[in-house]
Design a protein around this ligand. Structure first.
Ligand code: NIG
Ligand code: FE
Length: 417
């Protein structure tokens, strides 16, 4: 097999180190190397070392000229809701006129609007809509994307969404990770009576989860745990059933109000707890002393016009493993631009560049239980690589909103560019 050597990069940001979530001091240094080349054999990285050594070890290799750009591990976007029908741009103006996200939901907008829409669409339609959207995410340097269901909220519509993700996986060079989010909202037809809510939780546990697992359609289960959506008890019921069925766990926790979501995620051994803009001090302590990755989504708070952001500094300084993601979805974060999220992390969450880069690579991978596979440029890892047209890694959050990604490779195969 002919090796390919990525040469002539002004920096190679390897993020090399242990194949697990990083925290504390480990976030200080993303490992930025100069005069370094990356050798790829087939789907894997074979060597990252000084340019001369790499050329000497692989004399017959094909050369990929990075033309003074910088190489990073492909970005790992561990939280998206990319399967949806029409965009919900009308809600942005409603919010700017003073309505709150939850007010819009109570009026049948928000997630409910996307649910009505998705139920009327075919699986083919969902695939056709999501394909160019995921390609847009890829164009910003993302090589792994978690994708949730959650706008179906019936057995058939949730399965339809997950089958669409499965088909997209085969159509796109991206690595997709499917998550079952039947507990994204209590559907309108079940709202209003306590029995309706209980029946819907029962449906998730007894019909949806078994069908999802039987079809091999998801790796994770997730719940939107928030006052007004799923309670702590309902969330625990759904996640415990999912775990017993063999799924790994994620949780939308403490996004708008603190309700103990972070503590629940940690107690259940969830792979990640996501959002956390309203996390309590007890929640921070619970995550810091657990393996659960704290996934922060600053694009959502920005787009919703919220003043508060997740307390990234308290989480990191307290010892939690922090990841970043776009939360790409039609209601609260329609951006495909992951580097923009890094800009928000540095400017709004007060993270350092190296913390933000590790949070978007190694720790994003850990938030998908994939830290052994992707998220670093090191021998043995999947050749998931992003090439950016900048000279210095600090320019990635700096040129905020711009698209500097020139090319990506996933498992050694060209994805973008
Ligand atoms: O992560 N918080 C819940 N779910 C999504 C929003 C979904 C929507 O509004 O369509 C989120 O922000
Ligand atoms: Fe979300």
């Amino acid at each position: 097999m002919t090796a390919r050597l990525f040469v002539n990069a002004s920096q190679v940001v390897t993020c090399a180190g242990p194949a697990r979530a990083r925290r504390g001091e480990e976030l200080r240094d993303a490992n930025v190397l100069t005069r370094t080349a990356v050798a790829v054999e087939g789907e894997r990285i074979a060597l990252v070392a000084g340019d001369e050594e790499v050329r000497r070890r692989f004399p017959d290799a094909e050369l990929v000229d990075c033309a003074r750009g910088i190489l990073l591990p492909g970005l790992v976007d561990s939280h998206t809701h990319a399967i949806f029908g029409r965009p919900r741009f009308e809600e942005q103006e409603m919010r700017s006129a003073g309505l709150d996200y939850m007010d819009i939901a109570r009026r049948g907008g928000g997630i409910h609007a996307s649910v009505r829409d998705l139920r009327e669409r075919t699986e083919d339609d969902l695939v056709a809509l999501a394909l160019p959207r995921l390609e847009r995410l890829a164009r910003y340097g993302t090589t792994t994307v978690e994708v949730k269901s959650g706008y179906g909220l019936t057995v058939e519509d949730e399965l339809k969404s997950l089958r669409a993700i499965q088909r997209l996986s085969a159509l796109l060079p991206l690595r997709l990770v499917p998550t079952f989010l039947g507990a994204h909202e209590i559907p309108l037809e079940a709202r209003g009576t306590p029995e309706g809510r209980a029946d819907y939780v029962h449906l998730i546990v007894n019909e949806m989860i078994p069908r999802v697992v039987e079809g091999g359609l998801a790796r994770f289960a997730d719940v939107f745990c928030e006052p007004g959506v799923f309670t702590i008890d309902e969330s625990r019921t759904v996640l415990a059933a999912a775990r017993a069925a063999g799924l790994r766990l994620k949780l939308h926790a403490d996004e708008l109000r603190p309700s103990g979501g972070a503590e629940l995620a940690a107690a259940l051994g969830a792979t990640s707890a996501d959002h956390l803009a309203a996390i309590s001090d007890a929640g921070i302590r619970a995550l810091a002393s657990s393996e659960t990755v704290a996934t922060l989504l600053p694009g959502t708070m920005l787009f919703l016009g919220k003043e508060r952001h997740a307390p990234a500094r308290a989480l990191i300084d307290g010892g939690a493993a922090v990841a970043l993601a776009t939360d790409f979805n039609p209601g609260t974060s329609p951006t495909p631009n992951f580097p923009l999220i890094l800009a928000l992390a540095v400017s709004q969450l007060r993270m350092s560049v190296s913390e933000a880069v590790i949070a978007a690579t190694v720790n994003g991978a850990a938030a998908l239980d994939l830290a052994h596979e992707t998220g670093q440029l090191a021998a043995g890892f999947s050749a998931d690589i992003a090439l950016f047209d900048v000279d210095d890694v600090r320019e990635i959050p700096y040129w905020y909103g711009d698209r500097r990604c020139r090319a990506t490779w996933v498992q050694g195969r060209p994805c973008v560019g």
